[in-house]
Design a protein around this ligand. Structure first.
Ligand code: NI
Length: 250
């Protein structure tokens, strides 16, 4: 089920047989000269929707949380970022809204490495309230990056043995190409494989990584490779949420 395309009685009915919801979460930020600004929120959304296409009754997908922590990409136009504290507060409000109605398993499928620290910190803030109150938190939170779903990293490494890199990667761009073939871009990339290095503030980032990529050659992406990644990720997601739903609170 897709939450945004449902009416409230349908969600009320869903909650009678399942307490699990999947929230695709990402970022809107530069992805090099050929990558879409929406890449990091599109990938988890595409994968969650593919899982829904395979088994519509086995998954409830929330609207995509599409703006994340991307301060280091602010040197490139089109990037929109929340500061970590704003992002964490917003995650808290999403969780409070969903848990208020009885969701007990809230699964964040993430598409942006820069979100990880803030999402984990947001979870700790939420749990801390219950811990200080000496009460048991009535819900469980889980963060999974789509590239960590079963077998996905192995497939990406086989598809792109060199030039995968860590930002504007051929795997994430392939996923968007499969879903949005009309938006495929091309450019002359020099060097073909981008440099690597540390991530600090936005001006430092732009000086180190002038076209926005880190360690990647996104021209290796293709819609066919993207389709393989989506199919494997969607299968992994369905298995993972099933296991999460079955987790017993001790
Ligand atoms: Ni990305």
């Amino acid at each position: 089920m897709l939450l945004a395309y449902s009416a409230w009685p349908e969600i009320e009915a869903w909650l009678k047989h399942s307490k699990t919801v999947v929230v695709p979460i990402g970022s809107n930020e530069q992805h090099g000269p050929t990558g879409l600004l929406g890449t990091d929120w599109m990938c988890p959304e595409i994968i969650a929707q593919a899982a829904h296409d395979k088994a519509p009754d086995a998954i409830l997908v929330a609207p995509t949380f599409n703006i994340g922590m991307a301060q280091h990409h602010l040197g490139f136009p089109g990037t929109i970022s929340l500061r970590p504290s704003t992002f964490q507060a917003a995650i808290g409000d999403w969780v409070s809204s969903l848990s208020r109605h009885g969701f007990e398993r809230i699964y964040f499928l993430n598409g942006h490495g820069g979100n990880i620290a803030s999402i984990e910190a947001a979870f700790s803030e939420i749990y801390a309230e219950w811990s200080f109150a000496e009460e048991r938190c009535p819900f469980m939170l889980k963060l999974v990056n789509w590239w960590n779903l079963a077998g996905v990293e192995k497939l990406a490494n086989a598809q792109f043995p060199t030039g995968h890199g860590s930002h504007a990667t051929p795997s994430e761009i392939a996923v968007t190409q499969a879903a949005y073939p009309h938006a495929i871009k091309t450019a002359n990339l020099a060097p073909r494989i981008a440099p690597t290095g540390p991530i600090r503030d936005a001006l430092d980032y732009r000086a180190r990584f002038p076209d926005g990529r880190i360690g990647s050659d996104p021209l290796q992406a293709s819609p066919e490779k993207g389709r393989e990644l989506i199919d494997l990720s969607a299968e992994g997601l369905l298995k993972d949420i099933q296991a999460f739903a079955a987790e017993v609170q001790p």
